[in-house]
Design a protein around this ligand. Structure first.
Ligand code: TXA
Ligand code: MG
Length: 328
């Protein structure tokens, strides 16, 4: 039974589990989150596995204080004003990501931005302080289900996938955080939430853009799909058994065909968790090798392989319209 009442001792244990690369569900003022050490790619991959998410959406990095936020992201100007006004609280700021900030590529889905938030919940804050690392956490539900607002909802959806579910009672808001893209010239609302656009405009003294997700035909629950995704510069060929001599090879598993060009293996043992953790770094690495074409070996289509193949297919295809931000 992974549900444990939140108390100093159980919070300390939960922090140790997170630092060991395990998943911990915890309460916030909005909904329960399914947390993993954001610096640990394999731990983050297990979030996707546990949720059964068919694609890699960027995750929110939760931190305990402003100093920790500034270590992972560039937080200045109007974004800092918003952070000081609304944190701790139900506001997620999408900010330029610091490359040395310790948030792994999989947690941001390879983007150069990172969503950051300081939750306003004593249990979450105590857990984040004790962990001492940013914690990547989507809502703690199976993909496609509603967000959980009690520990029992989490257990009903995820069973024993989290090593612990910290029970801090029902969530106050029951609605996810407002997401603001503050990484560019204009401030854009990507997801409406507990903090209103009016409150944000009153704080800034200027109008912000509301992103009408319907314009892109995308579901509003997935604003990350509207962000520009990382795509390699090289063209990609999938399900390749025999790479051509001028191609770089993105390999998977122990049986790699002999190849004279560059080879990057997502997982030499054929482990999908390791492959997911390595995916975005591998795509970047192949790009720096300046190969014009990348051949990708077949990746199994089960478990995390679904999200890996989704990402590879979208990298291989021409950019679909919904990958562009529809509101500017
Ligand atoms: O209230 C909340 O925000 C809860 C609690 C646990 O903090 N978390 C939550 O996470 O709702 P999730 O993963 O269910 O939704 C976060 C959304 C995703 O749709 C994702 O695409 C978007 O935030 N997001 C995160 N980082 C982003 C980025 N760098 N750029 C654009 N969108 C981003
Ligand atoms: Mg969610």
């Amino acid at each position: 039974m992974p549900i444990v009442t939140a108390a100093p001792e159980s919070i300390a244990r939960a922090a140790r589990l997170l630092r060991d690369g395990q998943l911990v569900a915890f309460p916030t003022e909005t909904v329960y989150g399914l947390g993993a050490d954001a610096s640990n790619g394999e731990a983050v991959a297990r979030i996707y596995e546990a949720k059964g998410r068919p694609r890699f959406n960027p995750l929110i990095a939760h931190v305990a204080d402003l100093a920790a936020a500034k270590r992972i992201a560039v937080l200045e100007g109007r974004a800092l004003l918003l952070a000081e006004a609304f944190w701790p609280g139900p506001l997620t700021l999408v900010l330029p990501r610091r490359s040395d900030g310790g948030v792994c590529d999989l947690a941001t889905a390879g983007l150069d931005t990172v969503g950051v938030r300081i939750p306003d919940h004593p249990v979450a804050l105590a857990l984040l302080s004790a962990t001492g690392r940013p914690v990547a956490a989507p809502s703690a539900n199976r993909s496609g289900h509603v967000s959980p607002t009690t520990a029992h909802h989490v257990e009903a959806d995820l069973g024993s996938a989290p090593a612990m579910i910290l029970d801090g009672g029902p969530c106050r808001h029951g609605l996810e955080s407002t997401i603001l893209d503050a990484s560019g010239e204009k401030i854009v609302i990507l997801r409406a939430g507990a903090i209103t656009a009016d409150a944000i405009e009153a704080c800034l003294g200027e109008a912000i853009l509301r992103c009408h997700t319907s314009m892109a035909g995308s579901r509003p629950s997935s604003p990350g799909q509207l962000a520009s995704h990382y795509a390699p510069k090289a063209t990609m060929r999938l399900e390749v058994v025999l790479p051509e001599p001028d191609e770089a090879l993105l390999a998977f598993g122990p049986a790699v065909p002999s190849h004279h060009g560059p080879v990057v293996n997502l997982s030499a043992t054929g482990d999908l968790v390791e492959a997911a953790a390595n995916l975005f770094a591998a795509l970047r690495q192949l790009d720096t090798m300046s190969a014009a074409r990348i051949a990708v070996m077949p990746i199994p289509g089960h478990g995390l392989g679904v999200a890996i193949n989704d990402r590879l297919q979208r990298a291989a295809a021409p950019r679909p319209a919904e990958d562009r931000l529809p509101c500017d």
